[in-house]
Each structure stands twice: as C-alpha cells, then as structure tokens.
Write a protein that binds this ligand. Sequence first.
Ligand code: FAD
Length: 404
Amino acid sequence: MIEQAPVANSKTFDAAVVGVGPMGLTTGLLLARNGFSVAVIGPDISSTETRTTALLQGTVNLLSNIGVWDGLSEASEPLAVMRIIDDTKRLIRAPEVAFRAEEIGNDAFGYNVPVAHLIDVLRRTAQANERLTLIDGTVDTLDDNGETVRIALASGALVEARVAIGADGRNSVCRAAARIGVNEQAYPQSALALNLRHTRPHDNVSTEFHRENGPMVLVPLPGLHSSIVLVDNPDRIAALLDMPDEALGAEITRLSHGILGKITVDGPSRGYPLVRMTAKELAKGRIALVGEAAHVMPPIGAQGLNLGIRDAAVLAEKLSTPDTVRNDADRALSAYQRARRTDIGTRIAAVDLLNRSLLSGFLGLQGARALGLYAIKGVGPLRRLMMREGMEPSLASASILRAP
Ligand SMILES: Cc1cc2nc3c(=O)[nH]c(=O)nc-3n(C[C@H](O)[C@H](O)[C@H](O)COP(=O)(O)OP(=O)(O)OC[C@H]3O[C@@H](n4cnc5c(N)ncnc54)[C@H](O)[C@@H]3O)c2cc1C
C-alpha cells in the first residue's frame, strides 16, 4: 500500500520505520512478515543511487526468505573468487591470495547488484504488502512518550507507532531524537565509486589491490561490466573526479595492470569521505537504530550493508510479534541491543585494522598483515573458516539469515 502525506493521525501502527533505503524497506518487510502493521516513511531516492553493493550469502538468504531475491538475481553477478593482490611497494609484501567459494561447497560468496535495483525491487515488494504502508515524506521530529512515538513529517502530517526504527542513514533524525550519541572518526582518505566497461572477461573474480593509500577493488557485474571502489587520499580522489571519462578510464586501466583489458567509464562517478561511526546505543526508549543510522564504516570488504541487514534480521526476531511490542517492547529492544554489539564491534574493528595496516609505515603492522595473508594462503582450515565467517558470521544468529 502507498500513501502520500498528509496522513490522518487516526491509527497507531505497531511499528514505524524512518528511511526508505535498503535497511528501511527490509526492516519494514520483515516486521510485516511477523504480522505487524508497519509504516515506512521517507522520500523515494532510488533514482539517485549509482553504487553497486556486494550481497553476501546471509543477505541473499534473507532476501530469498522474504520473496525479494527472484527479482534481483538477473541483474546481479555471482562472486565466485575473491583475490587479494599486494600492490604496495613496501619492504614486506604479502603473497597473492585467492579465496574460491567452491572450496567451501558454494557456487558464490555473494552477488554484486546495483543498489538502485535492490531498492526498486524492495519498494515494489513493500507496495504489494497489505500490512505495510509506504509514506512519501521527510521526518522532522520524533516524540517518544514511553508508550508510543509520535513522528512529525515536514509536511505537517503525524504518524504514531508503538516503536520507531531509525533506518535514516548516517545523519539520523531518529538517533538525534532519542539523544543517542556517537563515536566518530574521520580517516585521511576518500573513496571513488563508479561502474566500468572492459574488454576482457572478469570470470566472476573480484580483485582487491592493496595499495599504500587504501585498497582498490574491482567487483564483477553481468557481462563485460564491473564496479570499482578506489580508496586514496582526498586530493587524489578529487583529481580523479575532475578527470574527463576517457582519462579516468585510462588511469583505472593502468592501476588495474590491464587484468580486465581496456577499461572505460560507464556512468557517473562519486566520491565518499571515509569515516567510522558507531552509535553509543542501538535503542533508547521506544526508538531503535539499524544500518548506517547505527554504524558507518569504510567501504572495504563489502561489510556495511550486509551488517545493516543483520541488524534488521535480529531486530525483527527480537520484536517478534505485535503482542511483544504491546507488552514487552523494552525487553525486546534491550535484547536487540545486546545481540548486535559483538558483530558490529568486530566488523568495524576488522575493517579499521585492515585499512590501518595498509596506511601504516610501521613495519610491525605491515608484517602482521603479510603474515596473516601467508597463514590464510597456506592453512586450508583457517582459509575455509575465514570464508565461512565472511559469508555468514556465526555471531549473527537470526534464523531468517539461513538458507530457505
Ligand atoms: C562507495 C561505497 C560502496 C559500498 N559497497 C558496499 C558493498 O559492496 N557491500 C556492503 O555491504 N556495503 C557497501 N557499502 C555500504 C552501504 O552502501 C551502506 O551500508 C548502505 O547503503 C546503508 O543503507 P541504509 O539504508 O542504512 O542507509 P541509506 O542508504 O543512507 O538510506 C537512508 C534512507 O533514509 C532516508 N532519510 C534520511 N533522513 C530522513 C528523514 N529525516 N526522514 C525520512 N527519511 C530519511 C534517506 O532518504 C534514505 O532513503 C558501500 C558504501 C559506499 C560509500
């Protein structure tokens, strides 16, 4: 069901989700599946998204379980091999390491998909769900009175719900309304993201070059297409963004050592400052946070969106049924907070450590990275453990993340 604001304030929803990005729509669909009446509020942004995202196996399982994956599989490309190449000029360099999904009995680690397409399919599934009301508008304020949350839209409309879920991204209005503080740190780096065409096939291999100022990763898309995320210092990223498409394509061909043949730019490029942010709490009163409202990390290792999907899965499992939010919302939200701390903390720490080991001139840290990759390359059980943990972390135990 889709509604335009203003919405009459006559109904109290079991839950209201603020944000119509991947996390907001997924959370809304999961709660509707549990029998909740749910409002999902936000402006339609799908047309502005040009990024792609690598969906790991747990996320693919969840999307299959809520009936979304069938609409995505054609536009996505399997990632069968993940290769890491040390492209630094450092004294201690790591060996080339390739992880193959077949080693752990899978066809792929995950699938690369355009974010606009993901949002579009989630949105169409949400529109068709009769328990879910999509409300087009921007939220101004939230007022949590301990029993319900009253959500005021910029249009003047009001929505009331027993719990509110902030899926409203890194500058979350929900987080501010709940007075939840953040720990935040900026890195001396930015990321450039764009889509590419190339003359050689990618053979479903995702290649990550470790470079002195940050990684550069090429991720397969259907046909002779890939996406790239290139991390470097902000001046270098600004210079790349200023280049005409032809020069940028030639530069990426050079940086990738020709592994995909001649590369040309396929669509707009965008720069992203690199930050690390974690909310000090994931829930306070009747307001909970998921996705980038709760945590932001550098786009390294395809973790951010997958981590947010695990938030949504665990939150829906803890909120369980409409009766739980009527009778026991505080306990369910505390349980959500407890269940998510370790997974979020360890993922952010791992991405931070990898990034720092590349930036650091300290030989000890460079050596530890090289040694880690030697161990992973040489020790089969360790490599298989890493691959399984990367695909479906044992710390995220929501049943909806398992294969249907
Ligand atoms: C270059 C790059 C590459 C990436 N690649 C990957 C990858 O391969 N794999 C991966 O797992 N992650 C990846 N990530 C991370 C991933 O993109 C994010 O984790 C994900 O997009 C966050 O989704 P979200 O729904 O939490 O937030 P957002 O996508 O920011 O959505 C927030 C939504 O809230 C809405 N909103 C904001 N304020 C309001 C308001 N006041 N009222 C109503 N609505 C509001 C916005 O309009 C938007 O719809 C990448 C990130 C970057 C920068």
